[in-house]
Design a protein around this ligand. Structure first.
Ligand code: ZN
Length: 315
């Protein structure tokens, strides 16, 4: 029981990550609670006293998200680009894994699940749209090696754009999807499972995210279950991380729109590692949603309506 609780907390605290360990993504001098896109981890629970920890966890559970005035992604369509990084995507179950994640990106838009994000809006009361398009995907066989720094991950994105392999698109989130042999040195598996942030390319605000493959590196920390709904444990775990980062990117792309002032959590963080009602697939794997004909176990998301809470669908 004790061990199980510890593992659960560990997994929960790894939803996404930390600025303290990760190098500065978006440092704030006025508050340690400003989101970095790496989620919870700005607060290192392990270094806290019991009263601090209790207060932090309570704040995480109870604090609502509020609008802080920054931009929200409100284009009619939210584009997604995949960058398949590493040499293992084309061997073994790599192609099947890519297919699982491709179907997800092609099918999440228009779903009752993604519709949760339409409860979020900007200062002009324009709401996030329930439209997602997988607008392109490319392969990078591993030009920067298997130990990626945050700077490397940004370079992978900016090089994909500057080379013309992917378009310059400010209405998009570029996802660096690493293979099972690649890690991110700022804390994949120990501080986060994925993260999102933004940068400027050719004068455009470009949103991008990292999603790691935990299949062999950290199945317990980042949720790669066996069996998994599509018999691709790494990709099935990445599906939930992808959903988490996408919903955070559209509602808080620059880290200054929708988050909790008390905890620094964005919408995905609020519901990390909660799945609502699950069903059992024929292979015994748990799943909670069917998209594009495939079963997925993806985390709940935080809705603003009818009242703030975790849910799998809106309305
Ligand atoms: Zn997060």
């Amino acid at each position: 029981m004790t061990l199980r609780l510890k593992l659960t907390l560990l997994a929960a605290s790894l939803a996404c990550a930390t600025a303290a360990h990760a190098g500065v993504i978006k440092e704030s001098k006025d508050s340690i609670f400003k989101p970095t896109g790496k989620g919870w981890g700005e607060l290192d629970l392990d270094s806290m006293s019991h009263p601090e920890k209790a207060a932090t966890l309570k704040a995480r559970r109870t604090s609502n998200l509020t609008y802080q005035g920054g931009p929200v992604m409100v284009a009619p369509t939210n584009n997604v680009y995949y960058i398949w990084y590493g040499s293992n995507w084309d061997t073994g179950n790599g192609p099947a894994s890519k297919s699982v994640l491709t179907t997800l990106a092609q099918s999440i838009g228009g779903s009752p699940y993604f519709n949760i994000n339409t409860t979020y809006y900007n200062g002009s009361n324009t709401h996030v749209s329930n439209s997602v398009k997988l607008a392109g995907s490319i392969t990078n066989s591993g030009t920067l090696g298997t130990q990626l720094t945050d700077a490397n991950i940004q370079t992978i994105v900016t090089n994909a754009i500057s080379s013309g392999a992917l378009p310059l698109d400010s209405n998009a989130v570029y996802f660096v999807m690493t293979d099972s042999a690649t890690t991110a040195t700022s804390g994949f598996c120990t501080q986060y499972c994925g993260w999102h942030t933004n940068t400027t390319v050719s004068g455009q605000n470009i949103k991008y995210a990292f999603v790691g493959n935990p299949e062999t590196q950290c199945p317990s920390a980042c949720g790669a279950n066996t069996p998994s709904p599509n018999n691709t444990p790494g990709a099935d775990a990445m599906a939930s991380i992808f959903a988490h980062e996408l919903e955070e990117a559209v509602t808080d792309p620059d880290g200054n729109a929708w988050y909790s002032l008390q905890s620094g959590m964005e919408n995905g963080d609020k519901c990390a590692w909660t799945f609502g009602t699950t069903s059992l697939a024929s292979n015994g794997a748990k799943y909670n949603v069917t998209l594009g004909g495939l079963k997925y176990l993806i985390q709940q998301n935080w809705t603003l309506l009818p009242s703030q809470a975790c849910t799998m669908q809106y309305p």
